[in-house]
Design a protein around this ligand. Structure first.
Ligand code: GTP
Ligand code: SPV
Ligand code: MN
Length: 601
């Protein structure tokens, strides 16, 4: 198996950055005694170490060399074809009781699970190198910042974690030598990359993650979904802050005013694209800056919500990315990027469906097989990804390293809905906004293994990522609202509504600026809106649609409410709440009844 490369033996001065904290050392030695690696490699994230690991990865086929003139310092990784997305059915929250994990998580009993995982990890790193990665999530001087360690036998994970997190010395410094300090323990082993022995297990009470049998993204970059969201959401509730599956962007007006907004869309529903938006020509002088594209950690300060992006890189969807749809992403991934599961052209470049220009006459597809434009298979996997440092983003926000975070004026929820849900509307107040988030739904995507295009409820885009009981999570949102004297306004958007011809009614991407502008107007209390049963809706003239080639019927359709569709939608809300049982807070049940009542004549 191509990923299961043998041990490597670095020259002196590489791989020996042993941390000073005794608790960390004890834990590493305990895991080494179990997994029996050939040697231990203590990572420091330095350039020298990185160059060494890239060279070894090329030798061992973990990375494939690309044309360094076309894409400098970029490499291609092919994951096992059975291992190309998150696996929700093999993801577990291992709390002492099943109730603590709640009805939306797979639960398994902690002691039994530890025992099972120990069995799988026994001798798993035989003949191989065990890497120890110290990393930090969040800016160096933020009260929200967390330290984690990931043990892994995958060089791809080490190389990716160096891009995705603040790795090495900075993390060791933040942790210090107090053996009682809070830090996350992450253990990852590829095992034999067998889907039958693939488990992503979280132990929130122990601040511990164990992931085996996968080499792919959210399953193995333990900083991301596992720590920053599943364990993060658990810590956030106990510590009084929020860990959310949200992008964070800045909006600067020509007059120099600035707002920040956070937006929760499910996986592969447009967060990275929205976070890197370039306004159309008509919005001269407006500028969007990126704070984060996937995860927001937020806390209350002076009655307002402030957000930081805990990550240091983007693990973004490749297909569909082009100079037309997302120029900032294209510039970001032009250098210093690891590509996973895209196609390789004959001249050593990368290619994917939706890239600018014509398809190559011949390429190797994401599996490495011959591909031509006549092939039935896609050249790039629909969930192929780039891993690129935030520093590559030309639109990076100036305050990304600000420890206190950026003040959030608006929270936006949204999903992929072909019908029912209007382009944009505003919640009446915080609790109504929590209801919008709690009942949001989306058509499923290739970001997780399983059927694509099926509508499922995905509260706050956190269904696969909330590390505790979803009823308690809803209550936490309601409680946060009570503590906010100056809460963000809450909105819902849908870029994906379709017309009778099955085509998207809204052009999306950069044109989403027009919707964002209305949201900012509402935050400044000067945007027009009409009251509707679902919330405040813009009328067509409240949206700035100048210089946009769109049919006014399409606009009416985008902003319209079909009462028959909404009857079904409200019934689906009820069905969802009923499926959760008694854990749904009374306030949200009340919101649902009020929504239903507003549709009565
Ligand atoms: P994760 O990284 O999985 O969390 O995904 P994401 O939410 O960051 O989604 P991303 O921005 O990568 O977009 C996913 C897919 O949606 C891509 O294929 C995009 O081309 C497409 N997409 C993004 N924004 C829009 C939009 O405004 N309109 C349309 N029609 N498609 C969009
Ligand atoms: C998502 O699925 O929401 C992602 C990709 O951001 S992964 O890191 O694989 O979870
Ligand atoms: Mn995501």
């Amino acid at each position: 198996m191509k990923n299961l490369a043998p041990a490597i033996f670095p020259p002196k001065g590489i791989g020996d950055a042993k941390p000073g904290n005794a608790a960390v050392l004890d834990w590493v030695h305990e895991i080494a005694a179990l997994t029996e690696p050939e040697n231990i490699f203590w990572c420091d994230g330095s350039d020298r170490e990185n160059e060494f690991l890239i060279a070894e990865s090329l030798k061992q086929n973990v990375l494939i060399e690309l044309n360094q003139k076309k894409v400098p310092r970029c490499y291609l990784h092919r994951s096992d074809p059975n291992d190309v997305a998150r696996v929700e059915q093999f993801t577990f929250v291992c709390t002492p009781t099943k109730e603590e994990a709640g009805p939306t998580n797979n639960w398994s009993e902690p002691r039994e699970t530890y025992a099972k995982l120990r069995g799988l990890l026994k001798g798993a790193m035989h003949g191989r190198t065990m890497f120890v990665i110290p990393y930090m999530m969040g800016p160096a001087d933020s009260p929200l910042t967390k330290v984690g360690f990931e043990i892994t036998d995958s060089k791809y994970v080490v190389l990716s974690m160096r891009i995705m997190t603040r790795m090495g010395e900075i993390a060791l410094k933040r942790l210090g030598n107090d053996p009682h300090a809070e830090w996350n323990r992450g253990v990852h082993s590829l095992l034999d990359v067998n889907p039958e022995r693939r488990f992503i297990c979280h132990f929130p009470q122990d601040n511990t993650i164990i992931s085996v049998g996968s080499g792919y993204g959210g399953n193995v970059l333990l900083s991301k979904k596992c720590l920053a969201l599943r364990i993060g959401s658990y810590l956030a509730r106990t510590q009084g802050w929020m860990a959310e599956h949200m992008l964070i962007l800045g909006v600067e007006s020509p007059e120099g005013g600035k707002h920040y907004v956070a937006a929760a869309f499910p996986s592969a529903c447009g967060k990275t694209n929205f976070a890197m938006l370039i306004p159309p020509a008509h919005f001269k002088g407006w500028k969007i800056t990126t704070v984060g594209d996937d995860i927001a950690w937020m806390r209350i300060r002076d009655g307002r919500l402030y957000a930081v992006n805990p990550e240091n890189g983007y693990f973004g969807v490749v297909p569909g990315t082009s100079y037309k749809s997302n120029p900032n992403a294209m510039r970001s991934i032009a250098h210093d990027t690891i590509y996973t599961n895209v196609a390789l052209t004959d001249d050593g470049d990368v290619w994917w469906e939706g890239k600018d220009g014509p398809p190559p006459a011949h390429a190797f597809d994401w599996r490495g097989d011959d591909w031509t434009p006549e092939s039935k298979e896609k050249a790039a996997h629909p969930n192929s990804r780039f891993t690129t440092p935030v520093r590559n983003n030309p639109a990076l926000d100036f305050d990304i390293e600000k420890g206190e975070g950026v003040p959030i004026s608006a929270i936006i929820f949204g999903g992929r809905r072909s019908d029912t849900v209007p382009l944009v509307y505003q919640a009446f107040d915080w609790n109504h906004g929590v209801y919008l988030g709690a009942t949001m739904a989306s058509e499923t995507t290739a970001a997780a293994a399983g059927a694509v295009g099926r509508v499922r409820r995905d509260p706050m885009a956190m269904l696969p990522f909330c590390g505790y009981n979803i009823g308690d999570y809803f209550q936490h949102w309601l409680d946060m609202g009570k503590r906010l004297t100056n809460p963000p306004l809450i909105f819902n958007v849908n870029w994906f509504r379709k017309g009778a011809d099955g085509k998207f009614l809204w052009p999306g991407f950069g044109e989403n600026m027009r919707v964002l502008k209305w949201i900012i107007d509402r935050c400044e209390r000067n945007g027009g809106a009409v009251e509707s049963p679902v919330g405040w809706l813009p009328s067509p003239h409240d949206l700035d649609l100048a210089e946009l080639d769109i049919d006014h019927n399409a606009v009416d359709e985008l902003l319209g409410l079909d009462h028959e569709e909404w009857k079904k939608e409200i019934a689906a809300h009820k069905e969802f709440f009923d499926s959760l049982g008694r854990i749904v807070p009374e306030e949200l049940q009340k919101q649902r009844e009020q929504l239903a009542a507003r549709f009565e004549p």
